[in-house]
Structures are given as structure tokens and as C-alpha cells.
Unconditional design. Structure first.
Length: 83
């Protein structure tokens, strides 16, 4: 696989992870969650705090965890092959 393809896939998976975080932010368990908490939910490790979300949000967290692992693997592969 070429470095450019790996870089592209890593970038797309990172963007997908971020979008999943934004989607999950509308599924907090508590409806009175502040807007700053919602903003922080799009942070790097949002999917690891699945207890903050309702059932739909927990499903997004599970998907997010898979996408995060794929993204990390792609970035590491790109970094190793780039040398």
C-alpha cells in the first residue's frame, strides 16, 4: 500500500471518529448537559466515556472505538513506512 493511500485512509478515519463524537454529543444520558460538555465530547477520547451516553450514544461509542483503533493503526503504519 502506498504511503499516500495510508495517509488518506488515516485522515478519513480520523474525521469519521470526530463526526461520530459530534453525533454522540446529542445522546447524553442527562438532558441538562452543558454546552461545554457537549463541545468536549468531540475531544480525542470521547468514545471511552460511554457511561455518559444513552443507548444510542453507547452504540456510537462502540463504533467510535473501532474507528479509533483503525485510525491509530493506520497512523502508526504510515509513520513506520514513511521512514
Amino acid at each position: 500500500m502506498s504511503n499516500l493511500l495510508i495517509l488518506s485512509l488515516a485522515t478519513v478515519s480520523g474525521i469519521a471518529y470526530w463526526v461520530l463524537g459530534l453525533l454522540a454529543s446529542s445522546h447524553f444520558e442527562k438532558t441538562a448537559t452543558s454546552s461545554s460538555d457537549r463541545f468536549l465530547s468531540s475531544g480525542m477520547l470521547w468514545s471511552l466515556a460511554s457511561n455518559r451516553y444513552n443507548d444510542q450514544g453507547k452504540k456510537l461509542c462502540q463504533t467510535g472505538n473501532v474507528v479509533m483503533v483503525i485510525s491509530i493503526a493506520l497512523w502508526v503504519t504510515w509513520a513506520i513506512l514513511g521512514k
